[in-house]
Ligand binder design. Structure first.
Ligand code: MSP
Length: 650
């Protein structure tokens, strides 16, 4: 029999910087759902990746004097490290800079162009670079992007447009006929209202930079990042390359995305699919945002939490558990260090950890570690109650998980754990152990305890995947390659199974007055807030020092400015013609707010001469000027007034 399939995706993250706890939250949810569907016996494909193109990345790379691909390569290594440490089980990692993805984007674009859904027109608009989005005049207040609040810039380009408006009615009809398509319902209502205001055709190409997929029918243009990025969901399952894989997994069961990008996934993406003649994904779910101690995370506030630091301090399962338990998927949720520690101590150390520890220690003490499944022994009411609750919990858990109510499912499992701890107090094994006549009853009580723990291990395996094998091992059971829900039925422990030595799986965390955490006997000097280091710090894997050989690779030269002018339609850029010795070259520099072009002519400045060329606003820039920043937004060029042009700076 063929297994049902389940295709789940996360958004592909921008590698403009290292990822923070909010990104880890989204991927943890997706991983949990992927693991749950595997536990149900389904054939799962779980995709995540990186969204690498666009002006923002190109500018970041320029600022650091590296090529865009060099810049993103280092950050992607950190993405992958984070997913590994968090035990994320993605089946593929798609990078939009890969050749396989370029091909998909170009093929799709060509198809839609040929069928007449793409046309060319001159366009001037207000553009937000960080969001890579054009905005209408009426949407922009005080020159600020309505999404992120940062300044927008006027951009003018000849662009290709995609006929969104043509598909508006079909899309509305689809949303209305398929209430599951956009979830939760509040997001669906927002989208329906938005679409009803009227969709404008979408500008899907850019000429102001070149870090993107070239448009196949007009190579001066690159594809708009969102049009490019959404197609990752096709590339990841082999569109155009592996028909069998693609047909097996498309349409996707779930695109899990943050609430602010639901719009792209429920308007642009479905219309792209309609234009391609493809089926639409079954569901787009917009989850809420994680805030920190009640505040939005931001670099300026210094409250951007580094998930790698937290994992190192508390362990991946504890972080996963907190994120999944504490937050309702559709709503915003709060991260606080105090709440994290309280949650770990209460649920993992006390409830689950103690139940396992008490059970294994008692089986060891009373029966030399060996369990017996005494089916002949009559059940008392307290046993029946426990067994019924275990059975009901498996059913309730599945109902909740199928509705993506992850924290409700966790609460169900923990109610069973609490009930089982109470069962120990009610059955009082230490009293039974004193009475020979109660030997069989004691065997039964011990077996019931172990059996609940075995079932719990299966149920929690999607949330805290490294804990389940530890529970199995302590119970003396062989760890399966996959924990399957089909095994969560009563009576799975064979008679004669011998428990291992009791070993606390979640030691309690104490916090000293100085704010240090002590886990077990190990003191961790953790900062109150573990902030995300700058991309370049972690990417280099050291403290940022470079060797003399690294420095020697940089060719610094004195250059004379021979001409300078503003780059039209930008506030920041100057186009300079410089002479390095006898060689003339063009450099585009972001100093227009600090220098009038005329004031630069004849000045001897210092340039990085061997920087890889980059295109800015369609102009090829070959090199970079050195300038010092006073930290308050002012830039002063480094110069060498009396040194001959072309001289090497050492
Ligand atoms: N590259 C696009 C997605 C393209 S998908 C075809 C993008 N990238 S992003 O890196 O800015 O964001 C990726 C995801 O992280 C989004 O779903 C966003 O909602 C999520 N989060 C970013 N900060 C978050 C929190 N503080 N909390 C929860 N999720 C957050 O958008």
């Amino acid at each position: 029999m063929t297994k049902p399939t389940y295709y789940i995706t996360t958004p592909i993250y921008y590698p403009s910087d290292n990822l923070h706890i909010g990104h880890a939250y989204c991927t943890t949810i997706a991983d949990t759902l992927a693991r749950y569907h595997r536990a149900k016996g389904e054939d799962v494909f779980f995709l995540t990746g990186s969204d690498e193109h666009g002006l923002k990345i190109q500018r970041k790379a320029m600022e650091q004097g590296v090529t865009p691909i060099e810049y993103v390569d280092k950050i992607i290594a950190n993405f992958k490290l984070l997913w590994e440490k968090l035990h994320i089980t993605n089946d593929d990692f798609i990078r939009t800079s890969e050749a396989r993805h370029h091909k998909v984007v170009q093929d799709v674009l060509q198809q839609i162009f040929e069928q007449g859904d793409i046309y060319k027109k001159n366009y001037e608009g207000l553009y937000c670079v960080p969001c890579e989005s054009y905005w209408l005049d009426r949407q922009v207040e005080d020159g600020k992007c309505p999404d992120c609040g940062r300044p927008v810039e006027t951009m003018q380009e000849e662009s290709y447009f995609f006929k969104l408006s043509k598909y508006q009615d079909r899309l509305l009809e689809h949303i209305e006929k398929n209430p599951e398509f956009i979830q939760p319902a509040s997001r669906r209502n927002e989208m329906v209202n938005f679409i009803k205001q009227g969709l404008e055709d979408l500008c899907i190409t850019r000429t102001t930079f070149d870090w993107g997929v070239p448009v196949p029918f007009d190579e001066k243009h690159v594809v708009y990042v969102w049009f490019d990025a959404l197609l990752n969901y096709f590339t990841g399952i082999g569109y155009g390359a592996d028909k069998e894989l693609f047909n097996k997994f498309w349409p996707a069961n779930l695109h899990l995305v943050g609430k602010e990008i639901v719009r792209f996934h429920t308007i642009i993406w479905p219309i792209m699919l309609m234009a391609m003649g493809q089926e639409l994904p079954k569901q787009v779910y917009g989850h809420g945002w994680l805030v920190v101690e009640g505040d939005k995370m931001s670099k300026s506030k210094g409250n951007v939490i580094d998930p790698l630091g937290l994992i190192e301090e508390f362990g991946a399962d504890s972080i996963r558990y907190f994120l999944l338990r504490e937050i309702n998927l559709g709503s915003d949720g709060n991260f606080s260090r105090d709440a994290l520690i309280t949650r770990i101590n209460a649920d993992l150390a006390n409830d689950l950890g103690n139940l396992l520890n008490r059970t294994v220690s008692m089986i060891d003490k009373y029966h030399g570690g060996v369990m017996t499944n005494l089916t002949s022994e009559p059940l008392e009411d307290v046993d029946k109650d426990l067994l019924e609750m275990a059975k009901a919990t498996v059913a309730n858990y599945q109902t909740a998980m199928d509705k993506m109510e992850i924290n409700a499912a966790i609460k169900d499992v923990w109610a069973l754990i609490s009930r089982t701890n109470k069962y120990i107090d009610e059955t009082m094994p230490w009293i039974l152990a004193k009475d020979e006549a109660k030997a069989a009853r004691l065997q039964l009580v011990m077996y019931n305890l172990a059996e609940v723990l075995r079932i719990v291990a299966i149920l929690v395996s999607p949330f805290i995947p490294t804990t389940s094998p530890k529970i199995y091992t302590q119970l003396g059971l062989a760890v399966p390659s996959e924990f399957l829900l089909a095994d969560a039925t009563w009576g799975g422990i064979p008679t004669g199974t011998k428990v291992a030595k009791a070993d606390p799986i979640y030691p309690r965390i104490e916090v000293t007055e100085a704010g240090e955490t002590v886990i077990g006997n190990v003191k961790k000097e953790a900062p109150k807030v573990a902030t995300v280091p700058k991309a370049e710090e972690k990417a280099s894997g050291d403290n940022g020092e470079i060797s003399i050989d690294d420095f020697a690779k940089i060719d610094l030269r004195v250059a004379t400015v021979v001409a300078a002018e503003r780059v039209p339609k930008t506030d920041k850029l100057l186009k300079l013609l410089v002479k390095i010795g006898e060689e003339e070259r063009t450099i585009v520099s972001g100093i227009a707010e600090h220098y009038e072009p005329e004031a630069l002519i004849g000045r001897n400045v210092i340039v990085i001469a061997n920087l890889k060329p980059a295109k800015l606003r369609g102009i090829e820039s070959r090199g970079m000027l050195l300038a010092a920043s006073d930290g308050e937004g002012n830039l002063v060029l480094a110069d060498a007034p009396d040194i001959k042009s072309g001289s090497k700076v050492k």
